[in-house]
Structures are given as C-alpha cells and as structure tokens.
Design a protein around this ligand. Structure first.
Ligand SMILES: Nc1nc2c(ncn2[C@@H]2O[C@H](COP(=O)(O)OP(=O)(O)O)[C@@H](O)[C@H]2O)c(=O)[nH]1
Ligand SMILES: [Mg+2]
Length: 207
C-alpha cells in the first residue's frame, strides 16, 4: 500500500482567545469553524494534540471539569478549531452545568461560521444523557456531526466492531460517520483530518 499525503498539514497554529459567556467575546466572523465536543475525560485534548501533531497544544488534564471557556485556535490562517468545554463532570454543580449549556447553545446557535461539530464518545462506554442531548441539539440546529470513538486501543477488534455499531445506533448516525481513534497509537488521525477537510469545504449550515 502506498502512503498517501497528509490530509491536514499544519503550517501555522495560534490561540485566538476564549469565549466565556453567550454574549462574550468570540472571534470576528470570517473563517470557517469546526467545534470539538464531548464529556470531560473523553480524550478531547489528547485527540486535538494528535490532530495538529503537537504534544501540548491542548492541555491533557488529570483534573476533569476544569475548562470553562470555549477556546478558539486558528489553523493555517484558513479555519478555526473550537474546543468546547467538557460536560457531565459529576462534581460540577447544577448551576455551573446550566451556565455550560447556555454557553454551548449560545455558541452553536446562529453561528454562520460553524461547519460542523466533532462529537467524541468513549469507546468503552454507552453514550451519556448529555451526549444524547448534544445530538438532539445538533439535529435541531441542523449542524452536521462527525462522531469520533476515542480510546479504541482499549478494546479488542471484536469489541470495537460491536461498540461501533452500538454507538452509531444509540446516537442515530450511520456507522460510516463514526471514526475510531486512539491518541495512544495514532490510529484514526488521518481519517479524522480527511473528514474535517471535507466538512470545511461544505457550505455553511446557517444562512
Ligand atoms: N488509552 C488511551 N487513553 C487516552 C486516550 N486519549 C486520552 N487518554 C487518557 O484519558 C485521560 C483524559 O484525556 P484528555 O485528553 O485530557 O481528555 P479531555 O478531558 O476530554 O480533554 C488522560 O489520562 C489521557 O491520557 C487514548 O486514545 N487511549
Ligand atoms: Mg481537555
């Protein structure tokens, strides 16, 4: 098999800033955005580091539930990667979870730059109520979703096929919309990069 070209060559990366509330700062409209979403500890920071081939681009956390802001990163001066705060961390108060919901919805709604959301699901677990709520919200808003099954290195080949089918069915997506990834082995990185590139080429979801 020939080695194919990297679907996403990183030439330039910059941190643009954080959005802390629905009415708060966000980058000026212009470049297309793809947002990464998932519960705390799902492996989002690890996957983002893998994607951009940097060790410490997004911080891999030993203390889940820390990040409260939506972080914007410019890539190649061509598009933005958007890191949504992880949800569903048990020790975060109901009040803070409410604020989280408002922030995420405020960001997702009527966002002309948004091309899609990459929703992360842990390969070892059932989708949580929050995961399913996120799929409902994306469906309601008409935002395209890619699904990444994280930490697949923890499953056998057989378990993985079962889990892929289960997660797709539970979340109401096609199996070929689900990308198995491992930040430990690097598996799935190029598949994700290629899907991301396709999403960025797609027309905006909001007029
Ligand atoms: N085995 C394995 N562990 C992972 C993988 N991705 C992340 N982890 C571990 O899962 C924990 C949470 O990862 P992190 O990227 O901070 O998750 P986040 O809270 O979603 O940003 C860390 O201990 C990581 O080392 C993976 O693909 N395989
Ligand atoms: Mg993180």
């Amino acid at each position: 098999m020939s080695t194919s070209a990297d679907p996403l060559v990183i030439r330039h990366l910059e941190f643009l800033g954080g959005m802390a509330s629905a009415e708060g700062w966000r980058p000026e409209a212009g470049l297309p955005e793809v947002a990464f979403s998932g519960r705390s500890n799902v492996g989002k920071s690890s996957l983002l580091n893998q994607l951009v081939r940097r060790k410490a681009f997004a911080r891999v956390s030993k203390t889940p539930g820390r990040t409260r802001e939506i972080n914007f990163f410019g890539v190649n001066r061509a598009f933005l990667l958007v890191d949504l705060p992880g949800y569903g961390y048990a020790r975060v108060s109901k009040e803070k979870q409410g604020a989280w919901g408002q922030l995420i919805e405020g960001y997702l709604r009527d966002n002309p730059n948004l091309r899609g959301v990459v929703q992360l699901l842990d390969a070892r677990h059932e989708p949580t109520a929050d995961d399913l709520r996120m799929f409902d919200l994306l469906g309601e808003l008409g935002v395209p979703a890619l699904v990444v099954m994280t930490k697949v290195d923890k499953l056998s080949t057989k378990q993985r096929a079962v889990q892929l089918a289960t997660l797709a069915a539970r979340c109401g997506v096609e199996e070929d919309q689900v990308i198995p990834c491992s930040a430990t082995t690097g598996e799935g990185r190029d598949d994700l990069a290629a899907s991301l590139a396709a999403l960025l080429d797609s027309p905006p979801t909001h007029e």
